[in-house]
Design a protein around this ligand. Structure first.
Ligand SMILES: Nc1ncnc2c1ncn2[C@@H]1O[C@H](COP(=O)(O)OP(=O)(O)O)[C@@H](O)[C@H]1O
Ligand SMILES: [Mg+2]
Length: 190
C-alpha cells in the first residue's frame, strides 16, 4: 500500500515494514541520477542507524539496496499535526543530541518527525551529513524555525521551548542560537 510520495521518494507499507524507494528521475542525466539515488539511499540507511546510537529515536533499518530502503514502520502522528511547546522542547533535546554527535539532519521539518509512544521519532535522513560547525547546526535549526513560522500558530513559544531543550543537550547551543538569528537576518537582506 502506498502511504506517501514526496519530491523524490515513494513510500509503501507492508505490515510493519515501510519501504522507501527512489525511482528514476528522467530529467536527470541517467548516470548522475543513479549516483544521486544510491548516495541518498545509503546515506539515509547509515545515518539513520548512527543517530539511533546517539540516543535519537529513529526507525530500525531492516534492509538496504541501491535505490530502496526497508525500515520499521513508526505508528503515530506527524508532529506537524500535534506540535505543542512540550513537544517542541523534546525536539530541541533530540536535535541537540544529534548535533552534539556530529550529525546535521538537513531537512528538519515537523513532517519528518512522528510522535509515537511519548517519543519523537526522526525520519528522512536522505540529506543528512557529518559536520559539527556552528554554521551547519545553525542552518539546521533555522529550517526547523522556518517550518514553525510557516505552518504553526504562535511559533514564538514553540521556538523558545525548542531552545530550552536544545541548550540541555548541545554544549555549543548558545552560539548556534545566536547564529540562527544572524542567518534569519541574512535571509531578509539578501
Ligand atoms: N518509517 C516510517 N514509518 C511511518 N511512516 C513513515 C516512515 N517513513 C516515512 N513515512 C511517511 O512517509 C512520508 C514521507 O517519507 P520521507 O522519508 O519523509 O520522504 P520524503 O523524502 O519524500 O519527504 C513521511 O512524512 C511519513 O508520513
Ligand atoms: Mg520527508
Amino acid at each position: 500500500m502506498e502511504i506517501g510520495r514526496g519530491a523524490e521518494a515513494v513510500i509503501t507499507c507492508d505490515g510493519e515494514t515501510v519501504q522507501k524507494s527512489r525511482p528514476a528521475k528522467s530529467y536527470r542525466q541517467p548516470q548522475l541520477d543513479q549516483r544521486i539515488r544510491t548516495e541518498r539511499t545509503l546515506r539515509e540507511a547509515r545515518i539513520t542507524s548512527e543517530a539511533r546510537r546517539l540516543g535519537v529515536t529513529t526507525p530500525i533499518i531492516r534492509d538496504v539496496s541501491r535505490f530502496d530502503l526497508k525500515m520499521e514502520k513508526i505508528e503515530g502522528e506527524k508532529l506537524k499535526d500535534v506540535i505543542s511547546p512540550h513537544l517542541s522542547r523534546m525536539v530541541g533535546e533530540m536535535v541537540g543530541k544529534l548535533h552534539r554527535g556530529g550529525i546535521i539532519h538537513g531537512d528538519l521539518t515537523t513532517s519528518n518527525m512522528i510522535f509515537c509512544r511519548d517519543r519523537i521519532c526522526l525520519i528522512d535522513f536522505g540529506l543528512s551529513y557529518y559536520e559539527k560547525t556552528v554554521e551547519a547546526q545553525g542552518v539546521d535549526v533555522h529550517v526547523y524555525f522556518q517550518t514553525l513560522e510557516s505552518t504553526h500558530d504562535r511559533p514564538g513559544e514553540l521556538m523558545e521551548a525548542f531552545a530550552d531543550g536544545y541548550i540541555k543537550t548541545n554544549p555549543q547551543a548558545e552560539a548556534v542560537l545566536q547564529r540562527v538569528k544572524e542567518i534569519k537576518a541574512r535571509g531578509r537582506y539578501l
